[in-house]
Design a binder for this molecule. Structure first.
Ligand code: THU
Length: 137
């Protein structure tokens, strides 16, 4: 699926706005994510940390929750926004979470507050992945 410039701009804006909502008092590392679903809708999320550290949730997981709750079934593009020396790519667990609802060619853009710093496909980030088909789903 081709992503228009307008959709891309809207995804970036949604991820940057979501990042401002991050609850990250422990790491102080705010992340925002935005997902485009199969109906052309955008679902955003921020990271939500917890005093019991392993219970923290990544921005991508929050956004996936919003997509599912809204009735979305597929992720056709993803944007992750974070500010660091290196581009903020999805963590390993979130690559698998995205994989549940996305194809190998799904684009994943990694951006900061100013520019898109890198573009990957999900297949590049998570090659030879395990997915629903393995369970016959
Ligand atoms: N984080 C995300 O929200 N998404 C990622 O893909 C990378 C890491 C969050 C988790 C934690 O709240 C903070 O960034 C520092 O690891």
């Amino acid at each position: 699926m081709q992503i228009s410039d307008t959709q891309m701009a809207a995804l970036l804006a949604a991820a940057r706005t979501a990042r401002q909502r991050a609850y990250a008092p422990y790491s102080r590392f705010a992340v925002g994510a935005a997902l485009l679903d199969e109906q052309g809708r955008i679902h955003a999320g921020c990271n939500i940390e917890n005093a019991a550290f392993p219970q923290g949730q990544c921005a991508e997981a929050t956004a996936i929750g919003h997509l599912v709750l809204a009735g979305g079934t597929r992720i056709v593009a993803a944007v992750v926004v974070g500010v660091a020396a290196e581009p903020v790519t999805p963590c390993g667990g979130c690559r698998q979470r995205l994989r549940e609802f996305a194809a190998d060619d799904m684009p994943v853009w990694v951006a900061d507050l100013d520019v898109v710093r890198a573009r990957f496909t999900l297949g590049q980030l998570l090659p030879a992945s395990f997915g629903p088909a393995h369970l016959g789903a």
